[in-house]
Structures are given as C-alpha cells and as structure tokens.
Design a binder for this molecule. Sequence first.
Ligand SMILES: Cc1ncc(COP(=O)(O)O)c(C=O)c1O
Length: 461
Amino acid sequence: MAVRTRTRWPALPVLPDAATDAVVASGLLPELAHAFGGPFHFLLPDAFTANLRALQGTLEAAGVDGFIYYAKKANKAAVFVEQAAAHGAGLDIASVAELREALGHGIRGEHLVVTGPAKNPALLRLAVTHSALIAVDALDELDAVIAIASAGHIRPARVLLRVLPPLQPHSRFGMTDGELTTALERCRQAGEALRTEGFSFHLSGYALQPRADLAARLVELCLKARVMGLEAGRISIGGGLPVSYTDADSWRAFLETQRPAHYHAGKSFDSGDFYPYHSPESGAHALAALLRARPQHAHGKTLAKILTNAGVELLLEPGRALLDRAGATVFTVQGTKDRDGHQLLTVNGTSLSLSEQWFGSEYLPDPLLIPLVPLNPATAPGVFPASVGAATCLESDMLTWRKIAFPQRPRPGDLLLYPNTAGYQMDSNESPFHDLPLPPKVVVDRIDRPRPRWRLDRHFT
Ligand SMILES: Cc1ncc(COP(=O)(O)O)c(C=O)c1O
C-alpha cells in the first residue's frame, strides 16, 4: 500500500542524461538482465570522450600547455583506456597489472604516470623501461629509481617529486620540505640517469582554491629546481575535479530534509561523509575556474598566467570527472518484504558493486525503478518507500539504507538502475562473495539508433 503521509521524502534526482534515458527507452536492459541472470554495468564510452575533450578544450582555451592522465583506479573497464589512447590522453596507474592493461589497450609508455606510495620494485623497473613518468613519494623510493636507472637502462628515469600538502600535514603521501631539499640534491647528483621533470600532489576533498595555491607553490619549486640545473618543466595536480550528480536545490533540500527516520533501521550517516553531490563548478568548468583562480601570494596573477609565464606544463589525473555519466548499474529485484511501513527489497547482487557503503557512506542518487509491468498511465503515481539490501547473509550489506520513495510498488523481477556509477562505484570493491559472479560490463554505443548497439567490455579468449 502506498504511504499516505505528508512526510517530505528526501530525494536526490540525477541531472538529466539523454544517453541513459535512451538506453532505458530502448528496452535493452530487461533483455540484458535476462541474458546475464545477475547484475550488470553498462558503459557509455561517448560520455568519457566528451568529458576528455571538454577538459582538453579548457586547457587550450586558457592557452595553458597541459596533458590529461585518466586515473584508471576509478574503473577497471578496458573501453575507457582505449578511449583515452584514441583521444590523446595518458593513464595514471599504480600497479603492474594496471600498467599491463594500459600498454595492452594502446597507451604508450611515455603517456603513463605512476602514482601511489612505496611502489613495487617490478613496477618501478617497468616504469623506467617504458619511459613512464614516476611520481616519487619518498626518499627511499627515489634511491630505488636512481639505482634502477643507473644500472644500464638505455633511458633515464623520468620523475616528479610528490609534495606533502601543507594543508594536509597528516597525509601519508608526499615529501616534507626537508625531504624535498634532500631529494633535489640527490636528483642533481644522479646526473644523466634521471630526468627531474617537476613536482606533483593530490589533495583530498574537492575545493579549488587550495589546489590553485599549491599549484602555484609547485611552480615556484620548479623555478628553484631549474637554478640547480634540473629540467623541472611540469607539475601534476592529481585528481579531485568535482562532479555534480544533481542540481543545487535538490542537494540543499536533501541535506535539510534527511534524518535517521528516512533510513532502514534508523541508520544515520554523517552528512559530512557524503560525497558533495552538487558543486557550483564541476568537470571542465571546475578546471576553467581553477585556471582563473588567483593563488595566495601571487600578486593577483591567475594560475593560468603563472603557468604560462614560467613555461610550466600542467598535468592532471582526473578519474571521476572523466567518468561522469559514463555508465550505470542494473540490479533485478529478487524479493520484497514489508517492514514498519516501508518495503525491504533484496536485489540479485551486493553492495560490493556499489562501493560507497564501503567508505562508511551511501551512494545517494535515486535509483530508477524499471518495472516489469509499467504503471497504468491512468493511475496516479503513489509513494512507495523502500530500502535496498543485497543477496548476501551480511546484515550490513545494504545498497541503499535510505527509504527511496518509488512511484509504484517494486516487485520481484523489476529492475533497479543506479545512475552515473562509472566513477568508483562499479568495481573498486568488487569481490565474488558467496561465489556470486562479478557483474559483467556491457559497452553501449550508437545511442542515436532506435536500438543501441552493445558488446562485452572485453572479448574473452
Ligand atoms: C594520485 C591520485 N591521482 C588521481 C586521483 C583521482 O582522483 P579523482 O577521481 O577524484 O579525480 C587519485 C584518487 O585517489 C589519486 O590518489
């Protein structure tokens, strides 16, 4: 029965997306759900390419020399690597397996940047062999790179020195000012074995001004390093370009409305732990705003001006921003029960395929109900609150604790589409728990046709 209260149910509608709507309207999803017999992800590579072009266009419009490395950790699909290779981007990787994937799907070694702390020696050796850029995180790692590069490789090692952000002094990444001074001296002494190309950072959070401030500081470090005879012509500002999943009013209303009564079992989340599902500037607009920002102590100059005056190239490692609207995740409702005025749905997969729960948070964009039997158009939609649990024996394995206000009563066999999941949600935590198969990834393109075209992300041999 529909709930007849005047409660305002918190909702988080996603921004309209014509490609996802077209896939839903095509009728493809129930067929794929039937074919795979379990949850699956669909990928929209054209969205990835559009996001990449927008970032590249923003650098160009600002007259800033720059290069984009796609942060591969955000999604394991091959198709995004192939798109990056085809459209002039590189890859940010942090393991031998990611390096292999990158090369195998068309990225050239010199278009890789290797990030992460205390990198595996095999990864460092491969990085030097393939002329990848290495973001060195510590002094002992620098020594290891110099040792590899000095031991007879034909190419010098290419490095950036990763800086500990002054505003995040407890970060476990990057080097202190003292360590950087020592590192620069060791780079100088390494001579031909090393190309010290510049400096890097990655900041937690999504604020733009601290990124502009630290980027300007890295340009100063480049100028200092050049005085020592080092190349120092590039800085990497990592990832963290924000993505807007919803509009400003919906996000504000959501935060004002939601309280534990809106969640199964009265569960509460600290709203500060939610991803900021709306940002005033996102994606390429955020990059434009960053280039326009005026860093502290820079005499009113914009970051773009500081970079061009110093002849420093700007490197970026976006993950989530490149994957905005580039895919969605589909589960089938397997069972339902009624609990204290709401339904508890169980879907045919787990929250390991919707990662946010594993960071003590919840993926908030409203899932779309695709019913087996659509609502009769003559019937007014109701309000049918339901939370969504996984097909596992873990009490805490919930995809959505929030009681979503569905317009009709969900039933077994209906599909639930979680929108915009390509950035981090799909597979960063996946595991075949209970021996459930990992959800396949389906690449969908030719959305312009009445019947979009699909294939598996990888052709298994
Ligand atoms: C070094 C580095 N670069 C890039 C990224 C990608 O960040 P985002 O997906 O927020 O753009 C991360 C994320 O953790 C990172 O640690």
